[in-house]
Design a protein around this ligand. Structure first.
Ligand code: ADP
Ligand code: ZN
Length: 292
C-alpha cells in the first residue's frame, strides 16, 4: 500500500511516498515561497502515485482540532502568504482521500516512537533545535494538542550571566527559540553555527539554555524520554553538556530510574533526519484507520 507524506517546513516542503512499514520509496523537496507557487508542484507530485491516504506535518502554529472551523489551517505565522492559510483544504480539493494533520514536531515524535529507537514509548517529548525551536509531546500514548498544541520552543529562558545577546524571537526575545535556535547562535557569535564547532564556549552556553528548557519539560510533563533533533543537534558535543546541566539544574529533586540512566533519557533522533517524513507516513496510516 502506498501512502503519501508531506512535511511542510518554513524553508522547504518534503513530499514523499512510503509504505505501511515506514519505508520511504520516493522523496522530493520543493522550496517554500508563497502558497500560489509552492502548492501546485506538491499537488502535482502525488498525482498518479495512487496514494491511499496522506499525512501532513506542518510548521505552525496550526489548527489541529478536527472540530474547529479552521482545522487544517496554518494560523498565526508571520511567514508572508501563509498566515491563516488552509493548507489541508487545498490538498483536500485535489485529493479525496483520508488525511492526517499535525505539527511538524508531533510528526517527528510519531516517527521516532513508531519506527525509531523510542519505538513503543507512550510518554516522550521531541524537541527540534534548528532554524526555529519546537517540541512535540506524547502523553499516555496520545499526541498532546489541548487548546492548540504545545509551543515548547517559546518557554522563557533565564539569560546567563555574561551573555549579552538579547534574544531574537519577535514575540518574546529571550525565549528558547530566541536564545538557542541556529540563527540565534549565528547572530550572537557573528558566524553561522556550523562554523563554530571548535568553540567550546558556544556549545556550553547553548547546552545551558537547552537544559533550562529540559528541566521545565521534565517537571511539567514527566516524559519517559526526551529526543533532540534538528540541525543544531548535529553538534554531538552538546549531548553530554546538556545531560550534565540538566542533572545540575534538577539538583537531585526528581528520583527516577529512567533519569539515572541519563544517556538513554536524553537522546538524539535516530532516523537520520527522516523522522519527520516517516511520522507523516504514520499520520497517513492513522487517518486511514479512522476512516475505516
Ligand atoms: P529547519 O529547522 O530549517 O527545518 P534544520 O533542522 O536543519 O532545518 O536547522 C537549520 C539550522 O541548524 C541552521 O540555523 C543552522 O545554523 C543549524 N545547523 C545546521 N547544521 C548544523 C551543524 N552541523 N552544527 C550546528 N548548527 C547547525
Ligand atoms: Zn518566542
Amino acid at each position: 500500500m502506498i501512502l503519501g507524506a508531506l512535511e511542510a517546513g518554513g524553508t522547504k516542503m518534503v513530499c514523499a511516498i512510503g509504505d505501511e512499514t515506514g519505508r520511504i520509496i520516493d522523496q522530493t523537496s520543493i522550496p517554500t515561497t508563497i502558497p500560489e507557487e509552492t502548492m501546485p508542484p506538491i499537488i502535482e507530485y502525488f498525482k498518479d502515485k495512487d496514494i491511499k491516504a496522506l499525512g501532513v506535518a506542518s510548521f505552525g502554529p496550526i489548527d489541529p482540532d478536527p472540530s474547529s472551523e479552521t482545522y487544517g489551517y496554518i494560523t498565526s505565522t508571520p511567514k508572508p502568504g501563509w498566515n491563516n492559510y488552509n493548507i489541508l483544504g487545498e490538498l483536500k480539493k485535489a485529493y479525496d482521500i483520508p488525511m492526517g494533520f499535525d505539527t511538524d514536531v508531533n510528526g517527528s515524535l510519531l516517527g521516532e516512537v513508531t519506527w525509531g529507537s523510542s519505538k513503543g514509548l507512550s510518554d516522550a517529548v521531541y524537541i527540534t533545535i534548528g532554524t526555529g525551536v519546537g517540541g512535540g509531546v506524547l502523553s499516555g500514548g496520545n499526541l498532546v494538542h489541548g487548546m492548540l498544541h504545545p509551543e515548547l520552543g517559546h518557554m522563557l529562558m533565564v539569560p546567563r550571566r555574561g551573555d549579552h545577546f538579547a534574544g531574537r524571537c519577535p514575540f518574546h526575545k529571550n525565549c528558547l527559540e530566541g536564545m538557542a535556535s541556529g540563527p540565534a547562535i549565528g547572530e550572537r557569535w557573528g558566524r553561522p553555527a556550523k562554523e563554530l564547532a571548535d568553540k567550546k564556549e558556544v556549545w556550553e552556553l547553548e547546552a545551558d539554555y537547552i537544559a533550562q528548557a529540559l528541566m521545565n519539560i521534565i517537571l511539567t510533563l514527566s516524559p519517559k524520554r526526551i529526543i533532540l533533533g534538528g540541525g543544531v543537534m548535529h553538534q554531538e558535543i552538546l549531548f553530554p553538556m546538556i545531560r550534565n546541566r540538566v542533572k545540575e539544574y534538577l539538583n537531585g529533586y526528581i528520583q527516577a530510574a529512567l533519569l539515572e540512566d541519563i544517556d538513554n533519557y536524553i537522546v538524539p533522533a535516530s532516523l537520520h533526519d527522516d523522522q519527520g517524513i516517516m511520522g507523516c507516513i504514520k499520520l497517513a496510516l492513522n487517518a486511514l484507520e479512522i476512516s475505516r
